[in-house]
Design a protein around this ligand. Structure first.
Ligand code: C2E
Ligand code: CA
Ligand code: CA
Length: 544
């Protein structure tokens, strides 16, 4: 018996070794590939996050400096009512600023734009701000423990200075590059290495596989992002499961593995978006915009959806940030415009009063040749450029103000109108955005939600409507969900609104049926007349 075993072992040993090697090689290669993918994505994510953190901090500080310089130029340095009024206006105009104050010679707050009694404030750190003469960068702790950044400057030769308070957490991004909540560790520090703000737990040195450090050339800030490797691995749980399944199959049948390989999803999210673009998986949905005085349809906003081959529909929050950071947003937006021309060109072209809005990422306004591209796309379509609206969000900082303003002017020269989206949520502040010379402002859902519950919000909407009317701009209210809000908005003088109370974003076919039902036109030879409107959507709109 022992002899047989020994003989068998000797005879088969070479075959067994060859088999294990043959089966094991692809398995090791797969693991190697997966690990490489994780490394690349992890490092890419922290690098981009660190750059975003610096861009955010720089834009916050630039905004505050512009505001304080404006006040200093006007000689605001006392608690006189006229100075407090100027501070109040400046605080309202500069979104991240929570308080503007007059500061005495020894650093104590003398009064604030709010005119309220001051709570206890503790100065935690203070240093001159690199890159901005006159300025000190202080870190203050309020009575409730909240850390605030205080930017402070002298005004002329007088004893007093002025300062603005911004919550320290606003110096770090709260959303990850993938669109979800920011879940890595991040901190931002001053030129003297004092931590301004941090998010999350700093991973142990052993875990922290991905670390990025970026320095601000402008103000000397330092951003550090670190993310445990396990974090990226967790994000690939599905892929790992697939990998396990794949490698199991490899061990059983090497040939099957090689046949499955090309069909496997690439796993790199940017590559996935790229191939989905090629496959035409990004499709337009249309959310009606309604005239709340007459109930008539005024047009629609195009909202992109990723319709995957398996039928799942992915919302833009999950892929737009990556499309923007990878530069694919330009092709995605052009493709979307072409699709809208093909799908809704006839319906919109024969109803010139209807407008069609596209979300236009801020970076596209700095993209050379974009105006020409858009003109070309619509040149072959019945949709006139005067029907096109481009929405620029206030949510993200403007990368290059001068270029953006020039591109906006060039679009307007063609008859295209420009809207500021998400007004009230932004990094930039409305007064800054208005310098871009836009035509429409879209009031964010946040203020619409607060209608009827919060007096302040009504005042803000009222102020925005007044401002818009004075500057001959149109106003659109977003995210309107109930009739109480419709009534309020109507009373406040808002003309147009969109939201679930009228209709959700609709697929092309339903939107076209709705347009046809509201405003029937004779069918053309090429386009058969659509039947009845989508019952639900039509009921919702006509209820307006
Ligand atoms: P947005 O431009 O502010 O679009 C409005 C969002 O609010 C849409 O979300 C819409 O479905 C949703 N919405 C509309 N009415 C209501 C309502 O009454 N209640 C509630 N709760 N939500 C409502 P969606 O489609 O998920 O789009 C999210 C964001 O993605 C958009 O926000 C826009 O910033 C961006 N986005 C969408 N399509 C594009 C695109 O083609 N290009 C770019 N760059 N961004 C896009
Ligand atoms: Ca929008
Ligand atoms: Ca919006």
């Amino acid at each position: 018996m022992g002899l047989i075993v020994r003989a068998l072992t000797r005879r088969n040993i070479a075959a067994i070794v060859a088999g294990v090697l043959l089966a094991g090689a692809p398995l090791i290669a797969f693991d190697f590939w997966l690990s490489g993918l994780i490394d690349r994505q992890g490092q890419e994510e922290v690098d981009i996050s660190a750059k975003r953190a610096i861009a955010l901090a720089e834009s916050r500080v630039t905004q505050v400096i512009a505001t304080l310089d404006g006040l200093a130029a006007r000689g605001v340095d006392s608690c006189r009512p006229s100075d407090v009024e100027a501070m109040r206006q400046a605080a309202f105009d500069t979104m991240p600023v929570k308080e503007i104050a007059v500061i005495g010679p020894d650093g104590q707050t003398l009064c604030t734009h709010l005119g309220l009694p001051l709570g206890q404030r503790k100065m935690v750190a203070s240093e001159p701000l690199v890159g901005a003469n006159w300025y000190s960068f202080d870190i203050i702790q309020l009575e409730n423990g909240q850390p605030m950044v205080r930017l402070r400057r002298q005004v002329g030769a007088g004893p007093n200075g002025i300062a603005a308070l911004v919550p320290a957490f606003l110096f770090l991004p709260l959303i990850s590059t993938q669109g979800g909540p920011f879940s890595a560790y991040a901190h931002i520090a001053t030129a003297n290495s004092t931590i301004i703000a941090h998010i999350g737990e700093r991973p142990d040195a052993v875990d922290a596989a991905f670390v990025a450090n970026t320095k601000s050339d402008k103000f000397g800030f330092d951003a550090e992002i670190s993310m445990p490797r396990g974090h990226v691995i967790a994000g690939h749980a599905k892929l790992q499961w697939l990998g396990l399944f794949g490698t199991g199959a490899m061990l059983m049948i090497l040939g099957v593995f090689s046949m499955l390989m090309p069909r496997r999803a690439p796993g790199n999210p940017v590559a996935e978006i790229e191939s989905a673009l090629k496959a035409g998986e990004f499709v337009p949905y249309y959310q009606p915009i309604v005239d709340i005085r007459s109930g008539q349809l005024r047009g629609a906003e195009v909202l992109v959806r990723w319709r995957k081959a398996d039928g799942t529909l992915v919302l833009p929050g999950a892929f737009i940030p990556l499309a923007e950071s990878s530069g694919l947003i330009r092709e995605m937006t052009s493709d979307l415009m072409r699709r809208v021309c093909a799908e809704a060109g006839h319906a919109l072209g024969c109803r010139p009063a209807l407008k069609i809005s596209f979300n236009f990422a801020g970076q596209l306004f700095c993209d050379e040749g974009i105006v020409k591209d858009v003109r070309k796309i619509f040149a072959g379509s019945p949709i006139k450029l005067s029907q096109v609206v481009l929405e620029l969000t206030e949510r993200d900082p403007i990368e290059n103000f001068t270029e953006t303003r020039q591109t906006i002017a060039a679009f307007q020269g063609l008859g295209v109108r420009i809207a500021i989206d998400d007004v009230g949520t932004g990094h930039s502040g409305l007064s800054y955005m208005l310098k871009l010379g836009v035509d429409i402002i879209k009031i964010d859902k946040m203020f619409v939600d607060a209608i009827g519950t919060d007096r302040n919000s009504t005042t803000i909407v009222e102020t925005l409507v007044d401002l818009a009317h004075n500057m001959r701009m149109d106003v659109v209210a977003e995210g309107v969900e109930n009739f109480e809000q419709v009534m309020y908005l109507r009373e406040l003088g808002v003309r147009s609104a969109q939201g679930y109370v009228f209709a959700p974003p609709l697929p092309g076919k339903s939107f076209l049926q709705l347009v046809e039902a509201i405003d029937p036109r004779p069918a053309t030879a090429t386009e058969p007349k659509t039947e009845m409107a989508d019952a639900q959507a039509s009921a919702q709109v006509s209820a307006a």
